[in-house]
Design a protein around this ligand. Structure first.
Ligand code: PEP
Ligand code: MG
Length: 325
């Protein structure tokens, strides 16, 4: 199988009945760019900007950020690159910006921090916009959105940064598509209102699973309860896809779930438009997509939505994939 997987690099992630499901990568490291391009990924579905912030001793300034983002955007162009605005707090700490809280995962994290510090947000968005000059492949993603006010405020800041940069640099900078991460349960129930405001949605299955199941994503003691195929998670995902599509907006998934071939087949069947995963997962997921028709994946998604247990979902779909080789 290993030899077969390397050979998939130049083949499309396409089902036997001709459905193309673009596969993207999650990254935050320049070292990942070459392997990502080599994997045959069609773009970056999640660029975690906090990673370069975490390995420094102070906030990188606008120019330092611009140079870094330029390299990522340029090397991937013309493929799309989805850059997420700073998502610190929770499990991701900046040594020079300590946040001490009793419940960090329910506290000051992601968009909450950057909306309280618009200067951090504006500098970052300006750096992204300037880095995208002449390329047109930048997309911006907002983390930890729990309601529409956060989206409206973020959009206002993005439009302000865009107007400034346009005036300074001229028309070589295109307005990027803007998307919202669906990773807080309230976003699932407000999916249509969120979708109306932005260009695309992207599910963060790591946090969405953590918050839906009340299971700390990093606590080994409860790791057995962290199950992305839990019926509660699958039904939430269905609601997200149906809501996004009802508003005519594409929806992706960028948590670890998309890199699991069993889950990937179900996600395709649920109607996700693209999947984004860690670089090493691309070949195996591509293999899975190339071995099941879209019709079968749709049937399978409907079947597993009737299951009342995530373990049974994995056993059922896993057996089917194993039968394929
Ligand atoms: C997620 O929560 O699924 C996600 C993609 O974001 P992160 O893992 O960086 O929190
Ligand atoms: Mg997250």
């Amino acid at each position: 199988l290993q030899v077969g997987l390397t050979g998939l690099r130049h083949l499309l992630a396409q089902t036997p009945d001709g459905h193309h499901l673009p596969l993207f990568v999650n990254t935050g490291l320049l070292a990942d760019i070459t392997p990502s391009l080599n994997s045959g990924a069609e773009g970056i579905g999640l660029y975690r900007t906090e990673i370069p912030f975490m390995i420094r001793e102070r906030f990188p300034d606008e120019d330092e950020q611009r140079v870094l983002y330029r390299e990522v955007l340029e090397r991937f162009a013309p493929r799309p690159v989805v850059m997420r605005t700073l998502d610190v707090g929770g499990d991701k700490a900046l040594p020079y910006f300590p946040v001490v809280e009793d419940n960090p995962f329910l506290g000051w994290r992601g968009i909450r921090i950057t909306l309280d510090h618009p200067e951090i947000f504006l500098v970052q968005v300006r750096a992204m916009l300037r880095a995208s000059s002449g390329l047109g492949n930048l997309q911006i993603l907002l983390p930890m959105i729990s309601g529409v006010d956060e989206v409206d405020e973020s959009l206002q800041l993005i439009h302000r940064a865009y107007a400034e940069v346009l005036e300074e640099e001229g028309p070589s900078i295109a307005m990027p598509r803007v998307g919202v991460m669906v990773e807080v349960p309230s976003a699932v129930y407000q999916i249509r209102a969120l979708a109306r405001r932005v260009d695309f949605l992207s599910v963060g299955s790591n946090d969405l699973t953590q918050y839906l199941l009340a299971v700390d994503r990093n606590n080994a003691r409860v790791a057995g309860l962290f199950n992305t195929l839990h019926p509660g998670v699958l039904h939430a995902l269905k609601q997200v896809v149906d809501g996004a599509h009802a508003e005519g907006k594409p929806v992706s998934i960028c948590g670890e779930m998309a890199g699991d071939p069993v889950a990937a087949v179900i996600l395709m069947g649920l109607g996700f438009d693209t999947l984004s995963m860690g670089v090493p997962s691309v070949p195996l997921v591509k293999w899975a997509i190339r071995n099941i028709t879209l019709d079968r994946a749709r049937e399978l998604a409907l079947e597993v939505l009737e299951f009342d247990n995530g373990k049974a979902v994995r056993a059922h779909v896993g057996a089917l994939l194993e039968a394929e080789g």
